[in-house]
Design a protein around this ligand. Structure first.
Ligand code: MEV
Length: 312
């Protein structure tokens, strides 16, 4: 065991397929380099936690940190950790905005523990721990957040199937904007389930439609077809809105992005607030959309290259 352990994780973006993925449809996601989180473990006289929401004894941490607490206790138990430590978490991922902050916290902490224990863990081993924490945080997560954040490339994710990482070849940029409104993923997932019970035929067809659009979008990513990808994003937003998971603030930013020339725009993640994404055909178009979204009141706006520009 080393003196200190260190782990990082980025946020995630769901490009296509949120909510439908809970019902077994495919979804596309990738790590989002605009935001990140670090977890560091230092020797201490007692087990303590130091993060934005709480600083103090691990066992007295508030209920909002119960998944973090459970994850740490699982490491203590599984690896019979006797040494006391301080776990420090620093994050630029906005909480509850559809960027997977809870999964990212879990990935960063898991990596920090494995680093501290000097274990070279595989993504599968990391996921076992992250999924344990995510089940406590979200009740019925599809697992896409954990899978996207613990990897390094775009993935096609389908519940119960092996992860399918792929290289997006698309020559385009993604603008990501935060409405500043806390999303309610847990509630949104529950409400879609209720709607499914009330109107099974209609909801099943919306979910299926999102799944088909996701597969078309993946093809567009592989064949460098931004126009088709943009159209898939627009149609997916229409379906997500019909499922009741959009929000007026998301709708406004989506409309502004489209007016500013976006090829497509939609919410990302759980919805009901949180973040939206817009597809830009090149860097200059992305900058113009970014400016428009900032002027329209977005709390924060980022731009990330897709495919061929992934690291721009
Ligand atoms: C949340 O980032 C994505 C949802 O599809 C929920 C899930 O997959 O667990 C809304």
């Amino acid at each position: 065991m080393k003196e200190t352990g260190y782990g990082t994780a980025s946020g995630k973006i769901i490009l296509m397929g949120e909510h439908a993925v809970v019902y077994g449809e495919p979804a596309i996601a990738f790590p989002f380099s605009g935001t990140n989180i670090t977890a560091a473990i230092y020797p201490s006289t007692a087990n303590t936690l130091d993060c934005l929401f709480y600083r103090g004894a691990l066992d007295k941490a508030p209920a909002s940190l119960k998944s973090v607490k459970a994850l740490i206790h699982r490491f203590i138990k599984d690896f019979q950790i006797q040494r006391s430590f301080q776990l420090k978490i620093d994050s630029t991922i906005p909480a509850e905005r559809g960027m997977g902050s809870s999964a990212a916290v879990a990935v960063a902490i898991t990596r920090a523990f494995f680093d501290w224990l000097e274990i070279d863990a595989t993504q599968k081993e990391i996921l076992t721990y992250v999924e344990h924490a995510e089940k406590i945080a979200h009740a019925n997560p599809s697992g896409i957040d954990a899978a996207a954040i613990s990897g390094t490339s775009a993935i096609l994710y389908q519940k119960g199937l092996a992860l399918k990482p792929f290289d997006a070849k698309i020559d385009a940029f993604l603008v990501v904007a935060d409405t500043g409104i806390k999303g309610q993923t847990r509630q949104a997932v529950k409400d879609v389930a209720r709607l499914f019970e009330q109107d099974p035929k209609n909801v099943a067809s919306l979910i299926e439609k999102i799944g088909q659009l996701t597969l078309t979008a993946q093809q567009a990513l592989l064949e460098n077809n931004p126009l088709v990808l943009g159209e898939c994003m627009d149609q997916s937003q229409t379906a997500l809105k019909a499922l009741g998971v959009s929000h007026p603030a998301l709708d406004d930013l989506i409309a502004e992005a489209k007016n500013a020339g976006a090829l497509g725009a939609k919410l990302t993640g759980g919805g009901r607030g949180g973040c939206m994404i817009a597809l830009a055909e090149n860097h200059a178009a992305g900058k113009a959309i970014q400016q428009k979204l900032s002027d329209s009141g977005a709390r924060a706006v980022w731009m990330q290259g897709l495919g061929v520009y992934a690291n721009v």
